[in-house]
Design a protein around this ligand. Structure first.
Ligand SMILES: Nc1nc2c(ncn2[C@@H]2O[C@H](COP(=O)(O)OP(=O)(O)O)[C@@H](O)[C@H]2O)c(=O)[nH]1
Ligand SMILES: [Mg+2]
Length: 206
């Protein structure tokens, strides 16, 4: 069971990407996928609708899974492993979560469980790069998220201006030379094959 987080600031497109990606990863039921969402103050996911397609959805409230409710998160992941044994668990932390801490929380989810960590995928909203990196505003948080990422997807490529996307790519590359960076659109499907393959091939520490 591989746990992959889809992180990034509020409104950058996490839920939209998660839903499309889970559908693509499931390959019409060949692969079992579970979703864990932690949506404090975010747009709620309709779990019932998603479960109709054979997936399992867990919603964790009461705080951020990277801190206040890390142990609830770990228990949820473990119970998914026991009761549903998915191949993939996709996790959407809140927009203010720190990816490194989410990884640590996921790693706590059980020693006897056959759980491997997937990459930290961080979305960077290409429609508002200047605002996201503004150090007086969101900057510090967004910079931490970008630095922690294994994969950075430049999101909303279908509507972002080319100049903004180029700026976003340049800035995130400077902040994190280690991560893979590419453009995605959850509306057109741009970048999804790449993302899916990266997640499938990912080996922590490799
Ligand atoms: N044009 C466009 N809009 C998107 C895309 N992904 C998300 N959005 C929109 O961005 C807004 C926030 O998306 P959401 O997935 O809820 O973001 P989250 O807060 O990070 O989970 C919604 O209005 C989405 O419809 C995309 O790839 N292209
Ligand atoms: Mg969301």
């Amino acid at each position: 069971m591989k746990i992959t987080q889809i992180a990034g600031f509020l409104g950058c497109g996490k839920t939209t990407l998660l839903l499309r990606l889970s559908d693509e990863l499931a390959e019409g039921g060949k692969t079992k996928v579970a979703l864990v969402v932690n949506e404090i103050g975010e747009i709620p996911v309709d779990g019932k609708v998603i479960e109709e397609s054979g997936m399992r959805v867990k919603d964790i409230g009461g705080g951020c899974i990277c801190c206040e409710v890390a142990s609830t998160f770990a228990k949820t992941v473990y119970s998914l492993y026991k009761d549903f044994s998915p191949d993939h668990v996709l996790v959407e932390p809140t927009g203010v979560a720190v990816p490194k801490q989410v990884k640590q929380a996921a790693a706590m989810s059980g020693r006897d469980a056959d759980i491997v960590l997937g990459p930290a995928v961080v979305l960077f909203d290409a429609t508002r790069p200047a605002e996201l990196l503004d150090m007086d505003m969101l900057g510090r948080l967004v910079v931490t998220q970008v630095k922690d990422a294994d994969i950075i997807t430049i999101s909303k490529a279908d509507i972002a201006e080319e100049a903004d996307m180029a700026m976003a790519e340049e800035k995130v590359r400077e902040l994190n030379p280690r991560a893979e960076i590419f453009r995605v659109s959850s509306f057109t499907g741009l970048g999804f094959e790449h993302l899916k393959q990266d997640i499938l091939d990912w080996k922590e520490g490799a």
